[in-house]
Design a protein around this ligand. Structure first.
Ligand code: MN
Length: 320
């Protein structure tokens, strides 16, 4: 996934059962040309750039129409972050500059830790069908880990919590004592809740963490708030549990973590700490510096970085 656009966004605040929530509306971002995939981006927002260390959220699908080419993101760089790819349906073919080739399939975690620098491509595989449904999320790496060596993890087996009509897969981090095998660098969670018709489940949360929920399919009630695919429901801090209900089958994503205290500069596909970090990464990518390296297996040219803005990039905290 590649970040190409920034736009103003709308934040609607609402009172729910136990405390206030924010409905963070998505913006539509085309990932490539006119025949390419359009995603719904809910992070970063103008008013809220982080939920725990989660700093980016794109959802797409369930259908590729009117994007017959499917996903086709040429090689592009990342620094200072992890990309978390999670599919509900369809497949994505991943190649990267540390030599990984992996078909991303539903229910399996593909996690790329960019650290100091990596490049990757993402494509719908040859002969793909009309369906592609999933999300790509990024986590910001904390300062002491943002220069780790780049690496890629594929986790087909993830821990599951089940009960009260909910089947919850712990994708990243920890939930209710279950821990994903994925390597994480700050206290966080990413989980998928598959809710059967009539589900009425209560999830234990950590009051010192903040959380948010995104519907992937169907409609559910999250702490009494109806949630359908589109917006990210920011749930805030201070909750010791969360109720999830669904009259009909639904699927939700839950993200959360310890509030991320560091200020970040996010620009294009880079996470840094100041303007100079971004300028350096951009120049190195455009000069084909060994920091990133080539992406074997992708049949085409890499993406060029956009021009730097005329003003200096300023570090931002987790909210405005
Ligand atoms: Mn990417």
């Amino acid at each position: 996934m590649s970040n190409l656009e920034r736009k103003p966004v709308e934040v609607i605040c609402r009172e729910s059962g136990s405390s206030s929530v924010e409905v963070l509306e998505p913006r539509l971002v085309p990932l490539g040309g006119p025949r390419a995939l359009t995603v719904q981006r809910t992070l970063p927002q103008r008013a809220r750039s982080l939920v725990g260390a989660w700093c980016f959220a794109d959802a797409y699908g369930p259908t590729l129409a009117p994007a017959p080419m499917g996903m086709n993101t040429p090689p592009h760089p990342h620094t200072g972050l992890q990309t978390v790819s999670w599919l509900v349906a369809g497949d994505v073919l991943h190649h990267d500059s540390v030599g990984s080739t992996q078909l991303v399939s539903p229910g399996q975690l593909n996690l790329m830790t960019a650290g100091h620098g990596i490049a990757h491509s993402e494509q719908s595989p040859p002969g793909h069908g009309p369906t592609l449904h999933g999300v790509q999320l990024w986590t910001a790496l904390p300062d002491d880990a943002r220069s780790v060596a780049p690496h890629f993890e594929h986790h087909p087996d993830l821990p599951v919590l089940a009960g009260s009509g909910a089947t919850i897969t712990v994708i990243m981090g920890e939930l209710d004592g279950q821990r994903s095998p994925a390597e994480v660098y700050s206290p966080l969670v990413g989980a998928e809740a598959d809710l059967a018709a009539g589900a009425d489940a209560r999830l234990p949360l950590r009051p010192e963490w903040e959380y948010a929920a995104l519907a992937l399919a169907g409609q559910a009630e999250v702490d009494g708030v109806a949630l359908a695919p589109g917006p990210l429901l920011y749930l805030g801090l201070g909750r010791s549990d969360l109720t999830l209900r669904a009259d009909r089958a639904a699927r939700l994503l839950l993200i959360g973590g310890e509030p991320f205290a560091e200020h970040l500069v996010m620009w294009w596909n880079f996470v840094g700490r100041d303007h100079e970090d971004i300028v350096e990464a951009r120049e190195q990518w455009m000069a084909a510096d060994r920091r990133f390296g080539p992406v074997p297996g992708y049949p085409g040219a890499p993406l060029a970085a956009p021009s730097m803005p005329s003003t200096r990039l300023r570090p931002r905290g987790r909210q405005r």
